[in-house]
Write a protein that binds this ligand. Structure first.
Ligand SMILES: [Cu+2]
Length: 119
């Protein structure tokens, strides 16, 4: 193998790792929430995946700092929630899920997603 081929192979592996991380790695993290959680809306939701308790109220505090109007609405369809998120203002959403499950959240156009895991 020549040096060129080795370099191509190494950069190819690096690229594969990057792609894997992009599609799978960053979505894996789940933040366990006690009573309240601050969610930053900036190029997506941070944190994106949260875990909350069944049968008690958890407060989600959204703050959008991203001017992209794609992110100006948050939907949590299973809870019939649709909220406008003004730029740089906190918006509180209280959830009191009675049933365990995985609930999706998304932006107005369904381009950015998050998960609420209830157990
Ligand atoms: Cu969107």
């Amino acid at each position: 193998m020549t040096l060129d081929q080795i370099l191509i192979m190494i950069s190819g592996l690096g690229l594969m790792g990057l792609i894997y991380w992009f599609f799978f790695g960053k979505n894996d993290e789940i933040v366990a929430v006690e009573d309240s959680v601050d969610i930053l809306v900036d190029g997506g939701y941070k944190p994106e995946n949260i875990k909350i308790a069944k049968g008690k109220t958890t407060r989600l505090v959204f703050k959008r700092t991203d001017p992209n109007n794609c992110l100006e609405e948050i939907y949590i369809p299973d809870f019939k929630i649709k909220k406008y998120l003004p730029l740089n203002q906190k918006v509180e959403i209280d959830l009191a899920p009675g049933k365990a499950g995985v609930y999706q959240t998304h932006c107005g156009m369904g381009m950015f997603h998050g998960k609420i895991i209830v157990n």
